[in-house]
Design a protein around this ligand. Sequence first.
Ligand SMILES: [Zn+2]
Length: 443
Amino acid sequence: MADGKYWNKEIETMPREELEAYQLERLKEEIRFAYGNSPYYRRAFDAAGAKPEDIKTLADLGRFPFIDKKTQRETQGVGTFLGELCAVPEDDVVFISTSSGSTGVPTMSPFTKQDFDEWQDVESRWFYQAGMRKNDRYVHALNFSLYVGGPDVIGAQNLGALCIWGGTLPSERLIFVLKTYQPTCIWTSPSYAWYLGETCKKSGIDPVKDLSIRSIFVAGEMGGSIESTRKAIEELWGASVYDFYGLSDIFGACAAMCEEKDGLHIAEDHIYVETVDIKTGELLKPGETGELVYTTLRKRARPMIRFRTGDIGFIDKTKCRCGRTHGRIHVIGRKDDMFIVSAVNVFPSDIEAVVRGLKGITGEYMIRVYEKDYTCRYEVTVERESSNSEETDEQVSVRVLNALRARVGVKPAKVIVSPEGSIERSTHKAKRIVDERNLTYQI
Ligand SMILES: [Zn+2]
């Protein structure tokens, strides 16, 4: 099936016009299917006065109501085990994953056999796009327990790579695997890729010289799309880092970087992307920044119609230099993580971009968000490298503060400089924000 640099050339390079015609056909079918088979969608579409036959163009999707995490929580387990959003009987469901529950009650995501197989074909597409071939040895170092990223290893296996189901092995055993089997590709979180590389070095293994990793796929955090973070990990490993982006609500990785690393191609044959104003829900144009809203085009077990992801970013629908026509999403942060200081929207990813790009500090950081005099403020703690003997703490603090002001648009109340090693290293999903507000500024 693979052709040169493409896993599925026909799909990946389909001219925009054809791609959108395909999306429209699928959208009509998905809406019809959801209306006919899911009690929730039937009720919600009726209440909104929207009918499946109203879809004549892609823009007509705007007549249909949004759903979000709350909708999932309120409908799961209602009526049947799979809940009211589901559009197939339980007998047709072969797999479920659940979200981590990091923002509330875990939500469950069901798949039919066809959903599952098509999802893995998309994963093969991303691996292939990031340069994985049959002769690669691949370590899948993601959690297998309930997590939607676990099965993505099957996409690599279907591609023909030799797959090592690493899961969440303790670091010392994972390092044993890296050293003994000399794999060429690995998937983990950006924090863990950094931690693992540093841990290798501490135990006398140079990731660049002693290991064979040449591609690192990262997901689950913003780091892979922050250039300075990506470069730091690349330097540490002597490898190329590709950001992948997944949603437990849809499937493992829904979008991934190609060699151009200018945004992440999203599988537009499976997902229709809209961008809406965070506050009003009003539709924005491609290229404008807002909340990303996804509609599945092929999912049977649980169609997602106008799902508000809580991710803030934009989509670029111009053709990529790699030849692929599928749009590229640029995610800049989570709506939940954003805070507003002096009318400026601050994303932790911007702070990370600064901290990871400066010399003389380790790149580790913590952000504290708090209120004083009824105003939201933030302060940042960084670590000074122990080898940095040229500056005083005060000088480091001023330098970081000025860099933050330039990039973020509003300076922190304070930059605290702490010694190297004082910020706790994280193994998987890093928690770097302490939010002490009473949450009166929610959008
Ligand atoms: Zn591309």
